[in-house]
Design a protein around this ligand. Structure first.
Ligand SMILES: [Zn+2]
Length: 235
């Protein structure tokens, strides 16, 4: 055995690098997703993998629960030296901040809360479940759909601001994007659940429209950004 291993090591052959998850030996996103699905679906977080949302969003959700989303704090752990501040405010960016503590995220969650008639909003990703359970008892399948839609919409707005320098004019933009995703994903649910999910999207759209009206139209001048931040901080 030892000799066999030594022969292999000492053989004067160049090392070969290949992608072993695909028969073609070439990297493909499909093969990576397949691997992730096979290796993770059997383990924990079945409630994520069992939710009827696109696989890309399931992976994003799983990363969120693992705190492995590439927020600035996680990037710094990988020796990235860029600006650690949130794209929406002056606080340091972490997943906890971006998705729950940031004034922008709070407005989005308040808009969702208004649908349930509460001003209380979740402060952590784990609180989401008890929060939703209080208002949507028996509709567990909706929990991850809602959480995914809110967080994914915040993440997209954050990425647009970070990489394309396109800032949101109002946090309600994110609430409307959330509605669009919930509505879109309603088509992936079983018929009975699809109705509830669609209804949820409609109610959220109404809530966002009403709150936007109360808060006034979005401002357009970049010079007013400071004022906007002040208004957001009041939430
Ligand atoms: Zn922030």
């Amino acid at each position: 055995m030892k000799q066999c291993v030594l022969d292999k090591i000492c053989a004067h052959k160049d090392d070969e690098i290949y992608w072993r998850l695909d028969n073609s030996r070439e990297y493909s996103t499909k093969s990576m997703y397949r691997w992730l699905e096979r290796n993770l679906a059997g383990g924990h977080y079945k409630w994520i993998w069992g939710t009827k949302i696109p696989l890309k969003i399931q992976i994003f959700q799983w990363q969120l629960f693992q705190n492995s989303i590439l927020t600035r704090d996680n990037m710094r752990k990988r020796h990235w030296h860029g600006d650690p501040k949130c794209s929406f405010c002056d606080e340091l960016e972490s997943a906890q901040h971006l998705f729950f503590r940031c004034s922008v995220a709070k407005i989005v969650w308040r808009t969702v809360g208004a649908v349930f008639g509460t001003s209380y909003i979740p402060k952590t990703i784990w609180q989401i479940f008890s929060w939703l359970y209080a208002f949507l008892r028996g509709l567990c399948e909706i929990y991850i759909v809602s959480l995914a839609a809110v967080c994914w919409s915040i993440w997209l707005a954050r990425n647009r601001a970070t990489f394309e320098k396109k800032w949101i004019k109002t946090p309600f933009e994110i609430a409307f994007t959330t509605c669009a995703f919930i509505e879109y994903w309603a088509g992936m649910q079983k018929p009975a659940m699809a109705h509830n999910v669609k209804k949820g999207a409609e109610l959220l759209k109404e809530s966002a429209t009403q709150m936007l009206r109360l808060c006034g139209p979005p401002r357009t001048e970049a010079s007013e950004q400071a004022d906007e931040e002040e208004v957001w901080d009041e939430w």
